[in-house]
Design a protein around this ligand. Structure first.
Ligand SMILES: Cc1ncc(COP(=O)(O)O)c(C=O)c1O
Length: 460
């Protein structure tokens, strides 16, 4: 048995020698310490020096019920003692069965079939594979292309990456599977001039661009459109009014599947179990992960409409896809315990009751010259930083590098707030606190952002 490392110096040495962190410039930690988070309690986490941080990003849009919930840990322990593992390949176990039934009850419309995965990328990858096989079985074998929005993030495995709309993170891995087609994103703050005055016109234009892309590609070649209810990458773009109604109409006209990628937006992030329910549209497939377990164990999956499952219920038909740990018994038991907390503590009600005050508290920051746009819904917000509020001028790559990487990310963390300073689109700070948060936490977020953004402006 290895002894637990005692000092920070030892831990840092071990990190530098052996650990490869994700999407991380490892050289940034040659001369400075990697933050080491050792425990969590409610909306707070603590590092190995005993310092406390408000988890303003729920880890990575994950920890809906907050940290340190012993009732979920107990459910995991019980399940691991009873049946730690068995595959969902030709077998089932009670936790996956019960969870599938519960998710189907919560999902909008006839999304009654649950296919489990272990992550969001696997869920997205599975949805594309399902769309392709489904159309082959329905006599439309040419349908393989998928549409998604520019800048949208849909995961990193090769298929999911082909759907992701961020050129910089795709380039090193090209060529990717063919068929990923981009359409405009729904950033009204930076809308093209001809639709910049009216958000409904903008939404109509953005949705119609999907129709134009389908016609351009050839309707018989398009399998699915992948959209998040609120697009995360680029900093929280809620759908313009009428956007999803028009997208649904377009999908129906051309026989294209509408996949709602709810890896972030499901499980209360927007005050509903599913983001599509909040905005009133019916997807053909929902992909989910993250909040389904609040991160106490990994799990993802997709919810599928009865009509899409139907061809797979006949004869020798089989969806030729699977992963070893999908629907893992411990993760399924954890998800059930997580959903019990949602019900017992009315977490959806908490988000709905407080989302207006979360917005109002963040909007106080509009008096700072660097704050250009504050947007989002529920407990999910992006704050776009600008160089000039009046012209909406953004920062150069160099300034963005100095501002985000050189200062903001570390300064916000040092000031006690976990959030994300991101420049995959224009520079934004992303916030997604646990769903148990209330006014005192919003005030803490606002206070820290105010201090750090004021200093950031002085440094520019
Ligand atoms: C909308 C969306 N889809 C897919 C993914 C990929 O999920 P994972 O990191 O679990 O593979 C993410 C991750 O953040 C996401 O936000």
């Amino acid at each position: 048995m290895t002894n637990p490392p005692e000092s920070n110096a030892e831990l840092q040495q071990m990190v530098r020698r052996n650990l490869w962190m994700h999407f991380t410039r490892m050289s940034a930690y040659t001369d400075s310490d990697v933050p080491v988070i050792v425990r969590g309690s409610g909306p707070y986490v603590f590092d190995n020096h005993g310092r406390r941080y408000l988890d303003g990003l729920s880890g990575l849009f994950v920890s809906q019920v907050g940290h340190g919930r012993t009732e979920i840990a107990d459910a995991a322990r019980r399940q691991a003692s009873e049946l730690a593992y068995f595959p969902l390949w030709s077998y089932a176990h009670p936790q996956a069965i019960e969870l599938a039934e519960r998710l189907a009850e919560l999902a909008p419309g006839d999304l009654n079939r649950v296919f489990f995965t272990t992550s969001g990328s696997e869920a997205v990858e599975s949805a594309w594979k399902l769309a392709k096989q489904y159309f082959k079985m329905c006599g439309q074998p040419e349908r393989y292309k998928v549409l998604s929005r520019d800048i949208a993030y849909h995961g990193t495995s090769m298929g999911a990456l082909a759907i992701t709309g961020l050129a910089d993170i795709k380039y090193p891995f090209e060529p990717l599977p063919p068929g990923g087609i981009r359409v405009p994103n729904t950033n009204f703050y930076r809308a093209p001039d001809f639709v910049a005055d009216d958000i409904t016109d903008f939404g109509r234009w953005a949705a119609d661009e999907i129709e134009r892309a389908i016609l351009r590609e050839g309707p018989a070649s398009v399998a699915a459109v992948f959209l998040e209810p609120v697009q995360n990458s680029g900093g929280c773009f809620p759908p313009p009014p009428g956007y999803f109604a028009r997208v649904r109409e377009i999908c129906d006209t051309y026989g294209v599947l509408l996949v709602s990628d709810e890896v972030i937006c499901a499980f209360g992030r927007l005050g509903h179990y599913f983001g599509s329910a909040r905005y009133g549209y019916q997807p053909d497939i929902i992909t989910f992960a993250k909040g389904v377990t609040s991160g106490y164990s990994p799990l993802g999956g997709m919810l599928v409409r009865d009509a899409i499952m139907e061809p797979f219920t006949r004869g020798t038909a089989t969806f030729l896809h699977g992963v070893t740990f999908a629907g893992h018994p411990v993760s399924a038991a954890v998800a059930l315990a997580n959903l019990d907390i949602f019900e017992k503590e009315d977490l959806l009600g908490n988000v709905r009751a407080h989302e207006a005050s979360f917005r109002a508290t963040l909007e106080k920051l509009y008096d700072l010259p660097i704050v250009g746009d504050i947007r989002g819904d529920g407990y999910f917000y992006g704050i776009e930083m600008v160089k000039d509020k009046n012209t909406r001028a953004t920062f150069s790559d160099d300034e963005s590098e100095r501002l985000l990487r050189g200062f903001l990310s570390t300064a916000l963390f040092d000031a006690g707030l976990v959030c994300r300073a991101d420049d995959r689109g224009d520079p934004v700070i992303q916030l997604a606190p646990p769903l148990i948060c209330g006014q005192e936490h919003f005030d803490e977020i606002e206070r820290i952002l105010r201090e750090v953004l004021t200093e950031a402006w002085q440094r520019i």
